[in-house]
Design a protein around this ligand. Structure first.
Ligand SMILES: [Fe+2]
Ligand SMILES: [Fe+2]
Length: 129
């Protein structure tokens, strides 16, 4: 369902490989969510969502360090967008998600991956130019 497409590539290998991992984790969550044969999967899904959050934080740190190292001139825009998204991730509370967990998780994944695609295409791709 979710994967890094060629059109998302920035041309900076370290950044691209981390983006790939992010989509990979999102996909793992999606697949687990859809798997009807796994009972009681919500603890695992919650743990994976935590991994997605942690990995996103780490990726932003790496990306920002890289931009600093090349004295990237559009760094401020990047940081504002990252900070914004960091706050959104922090506000996710899975305990609140209850009535329809599967739908809630799908909505969450869609929100996260839509943001990633938009940010990569409009902002991260400029780093390599
Ligand atoms: Fe990125
Ligand atoms: Fe970024």
């Amino acid at each position: 369902m979710y994967e890094l497409k060629d059109e998302y590539l920035t041309g900076i290998e370290s950044i691209d490989s981390e983006h790939k991992v992010l989509f990979g984790i999102a996909d793992e969550i999606y697949e687990l969510c859809k798997n009807e044969f796994v009972p009681d999967k919500y603890d695992d899904i919650a743990a994976l969502i935590q991994r997605l959050k942690d990995y996103t934080h780490m990726h932003f740190e790496h990306e920002e360090a890289y931009m600093e190292s090349i004295q990237y001139k559009r760094m401020f825009t990047q940081k504002v967008q990252h900070d914004n998204f960091r706050q959104k991730l922090e506000s996710i509370d899975l305990d609140v998600v209850d009535d329809d967990q599967e739908k809630a998780i799908e909505d969450l994944l869609k929100f996260v991956t839509d943001w990633l695609v938009e940010h990569i295409m409009q902002t991260d791709k400029l780093i390599g130019k």
